[in-house]
Design a binder for this molecule. Structure first.
Ligand SMILES: *Cc1c(COP(=O)(O)O)cnc(C)c1O
Length: 368
């Protein structure tokens, strides 16, 4: 049986912009513009402008945005990179595949890196810090940058969940040496498959990433500058993303309205934590709407019975996945979070009625 309240709704999402999306795809196919053509350059220019940086380079996933950022910043074997364990696995895999060592620290109550723990994790081998702006909320970049500066660390932002979010009026992906974005279908800006981008103000980094994504080749001279990868953002995807980027501010406003409705409906339930934190100059875009309770598993079961689809980000701390071969870094908050968080339906297609159904089910569960 389909869910009454789906977590996301890609079919309705497509219908919203069908004529423009179809037009963009047909344009690419008709002209035969498939690889490294104008549509890709146009999208990169739109994205750079939106984020507020000089360069954006499309790649084929958020993972590759992270991996290439690390390589372009000269991070490799013998180097340590500080990041969080409460993130999507790709953040850490990129560090491992670059040959560096991930150093995992805990997160705070807002699910972003706990900056009180950052300095203690720095060693003479630390080369970079890789904050993850989780769920659509930026880390305190002012404080993070001042620590990074003091210890001469490169900052690489995992902004895969925060396109359009701001801190102090500046957008995610404009603070670090690079910002890394994902256009996986269910991100705030999603394509019809995998996609990603690196944003930067550094022309050399932008150039290195654009060589890495295409076999190390300089397209103008034909010279291979190093062993590269095959990781382009497809022209067709870029054309679609360029159309969708124009609507992103509207979709973000929608998400914020939905978040506000959840808040009004769920506020005051004892033992239920909501994702609204002190404003302190941030603009959150609610990639996910994450609530928190010790009764998580039972609540999720009831929501499922009531036809409401939820997801868990993430039910098992990363180091407990034996195949990843990560030592247990002993992070109590990350462990607690893994048992308590549940992500409610949230997308550009979530309606006030969806929220009402969800709120009613949760209130019935807590008997209040
Ligand atoms: C989605 C995501 C990524 C990776 O993106 P892909 O495009 O799936 O490779 C990295 N980090 C975070 C926090 C993400 O949410």
């Amino acid at each position: 049986m389909p869910y009454r309240v789906p977590f996301v709704d890609p079919r309705t999402h497509y219908q919203r912009l069908k004529p423009q999306i179809d037009g963009a795809i047909i344009d690419c196919l008709t002209k035969g513009d498939l690889v490294l053509r104008q549509q890709l350059r146009d999208f990169e220019a739109s994205l750079a402008k939106f984020v507020g940086v000089k360069h954006a380079v499309g790649v084929n996933s958020g993972y590759h945005a992270l991996h290439f950022s690390l390589l372009a910043c000269g991070i490799g074997p013998g180097d340590e990179v500080i990041t969080v364990a409460h993130t999507f696995v790709a953040t850490v895999s990129a560090i491992v595949h670059a040959g560096a060592t991930p150093v995992l620290i805990d997160v705070g109550k807002d699910y972003d890196m706990d900056l009180d723990l950052l300095e203690a994790a720095i060693t003479p081998r630390t080369k970079a810090v890789l904050p993850v702006h989780l769920n659509g909320r930026l880390c305190d970049m002012e404080r993070l940058e001042s620590i990074a500066k003091r210890y001469h660390l490169t900052v690489i932002e995992d902004a895969a969940q925060s396109l359009g979010a701001t801190f102090g009026g500046r957008r995610a992906g404009s603070f670090g040496k690079t910002g890394c974005f994902s256009f996986y279908p269910f991100k705030v800006l999603g394509g019809f498959g995998d996609g990603g981008a690196v944003t930067t103000n550094d022309a050399d980094v932008a150039r290195t990433v654009s060589l890495l994504r295409y076999n190390g080749e300089d397209r103008e001279t034909g010279e291979y500058h190093h062993h590269g990868y095959t990781a382009l953002l497809d022209n067709v995807q870029a054309a679609v993303l360029d159309v969708k980027l124009r609507e992103l501010p509207t979709w973000i406003e929608h998400r914020r309205r939905i978040a506000d409705l959840y808040r009004r409906g769920l506020e005051g339930i004892p033992g239920l934590g909501l994702p609204h934190f002190e404003d302190d100059g941030r603009f959150d875009i609610f990639q996910n709407y994450v609530i928190r309770t010790r009764e998580r598993d039972r609540l999720r079961e009831q929501l499922r019975e009531d036809g409401i689809e939820t997801l868990l980000h993430w039910p098992k701390p990363m180091w407990e996945h034996v195949g990843l071969a990560l030592a247990d870094p002993g992070l109590p908050e990350t462990v607690r979070i893994s048992k308590e968080v549940i992500s409610l339906p949230m997308s550009a297609e979530t309606t006030p009625e969806h929220v009402e159904i969800t709120v009613r089910s949760i209130r019935r569960f807590f008997k209040c």
